[in-house]
Design a protein around this ligand. Structure first.
Ligand SMILES: NC(=O)c1ccc[n+]([C@@H]2O[C@H](COP(=O)([O-])OP(=O)(O)OC[C@H]3O[C@@H](n4cnc5c(N)ncnc54)[C@H](O)[C@@H]3O)[C@@H](O)[C@H]2O)c1
Ligand SMILES: [Fe+2]
Length: 382
């Protein structure tokens, strides 16, 4: 079996790196951009950092700013119309996972119109043509959607969040500029950062993991666990490190998959519009406990990457230490411990479990899952 690795064509890192968007757009002879973003990023002048550069350089663009968190089929369809109306030839996604995922769905459907219903893109789909070129500029340090081959859309009618996996959607250029993240409030920094930690831990323990991605995930766990608390305090170095750490996690998990934390988090987004990072952060330690016996020595290396000295620890001890390190970090950045605190309803747990079992991410979990075992985890976390 061949292990496959797909990454951006070009990525830029560091404060001020958004200026490279102009260089890239000119070099690639792009004519007009559709900027895909959300209303808050317009309101707080975050997207303006990029559109000002485009204007200075005389590069044409239109803005589509109707993206909502947990973006829906309806939002994607509106974005497709906006792209056509703008007569654009590339996309600039500015935002968190929601804006970047919306841009990916727009870019794929413009070049593969047979998927115009959007929902038929669920799962691993062999589209014929690459997406319209995307330049992705993350404004959260979490999803790493700028480097992944995935996007997640909500089917509002069926109350389902579905994951699309397609190498054709990867942005050609990613610009990871921590300055674009500095306006994030504490709670958003914490929850998106815990999403990144979840990517790193699930990517490290997923069934498809191998040495190259292990290297990325362990490094990501180390960077994220030493810098998330500082980023929440808006420390510039903490922000810089989180921007990099979340990207490294994305390089890994995009190529090997995730696990049942994400499988169980997606239905929470669909049922209650729960922010993705919060759903993951609450569920992560409970799933780690469920998976522990199926992870060999991996929790030892997770604990060490999180700063725990595991010398002399038994297997049970280092496994508990890894879970505790995650719980402590989550607590320190203000994440609630239980699902009932974030609006989950007990009467929905059965339906949530069925939806989580059907999620694309669940198949990658190191310990096999059934609807019943997932229900058990939800109940413990409730
Ligand atoms: N494609 C992937 O590989 C992948 C991976 C994980 C998650 N996701 C998806 O990404 C979505 C979540 O994305 P997210 O967590 O990045 O958040 P988001 O894009 O949903 O944004 C959440 C809120 O934060 C605000 N915000 C974003 N950046 C800000 C900034 N710099 N300053 C102030 N406010 C800011 C936005 O305006 C929005 O109101 C979910 O739908 C999730 O399923 C995708
Ligand atoms: Fe995620």
């Amino acid at each position: 079996m061949a292990n496959r690795m797909i990454l951006n064509e070009t990525s830029y890192f560091g404060a001020g790196s958004i200026s490279e968007i102009v260089t890239e757009a000119k070099k690639r002879a792009f004519k007009k951009a559709l900027v895909v973003t959300d209303p808050d990023l317009i309101k707080f002048n975050v997207a303006k950092n990029v559109t000002d550069l485009l204007e200075e350089a005389g590069l044409a663009y239109d803005i589509f700013s109707q993206v909502k968190a947990n973006p829906t089929v309806k939002v994607v369809k509106a974005g497709i119309e906006a792209f056509k109306a703008a007569d654009a030839d590339y996309l600039i996604a500015i935002g968190g996972g929601s804006s970047m995922d919306t841009a990916k769905a727009i870019g794929i459907i413009i070049n593969n119109p047979e998927y115009a219903d959007v929902t038929s893109l669920e799962g691993a789909i062999d589209t014929k043509n690459p997406s319209v070129p995307i330049i992705a500029v993350p404004t959260t340090a979490g999803t790493a959607a700028e480097v992944t081959i995935n996007y997640v859309i909500t089917d509002e009618e069926k109350k389902r969040k579905f994951v699309c996996v397609d190498p054709h959607d990867i942005p050609v250029v990613a610009v990871i500029d921590a300055k674009m993240m500095s306006s994030m409030p504490k709670g958003l920094t914490a929850s998106t950062g815990m999403d990144a930690l979840t990517h790193a831990i699930e990517g490290y323990t997923t069934l498809g993991a191998w040495e190259l991605t292990d290297m990325m995930h362990l490094k990501a766990i180390e960077i994220i666990s030493r810098s998330l608390r500082k980023a929440v305090e808006n420390d510039p170095q903490g922000r810089e490190d989180m921007a990099l750490g979340q990207y490294i996690a994305g390089m890994g998990f995009s190529n090997v998959g995730l696990g049942v934390v994400h499988g169980m988090a997606h239905p929470l987004g669909a049922f209650y519009d729960t922010p993705h990072g919060i759903a993951n952060a609450v569920l992560l330690p409970y799933v780690m406990e469920y998976n522990a016996e199926y992870t060999g020595e991996k929790f030892k290396y997770i604990a060490e990457a999180m700063g725990v000295d595991t010398t002399g620890m038994s297997q049970a001890e280092y496994r508990a230490a890894a879970v505790n390190a995650v719980k402590q970090l989550s607590k320190d950045v203000g994440i609630p411990e239980k699902l009932h605190e974030i609006g989950v309803k007990e009467e929905d747990l059965q339906a949530l479990s069925e939806s989580a079992f059907a999620d694309v991410c669940t198949g990658g979990n190191p310990r096999p899952c059934t609807v019943e075992s997932i229900l058990g985890i939800y109940k413990t976390a409730f």
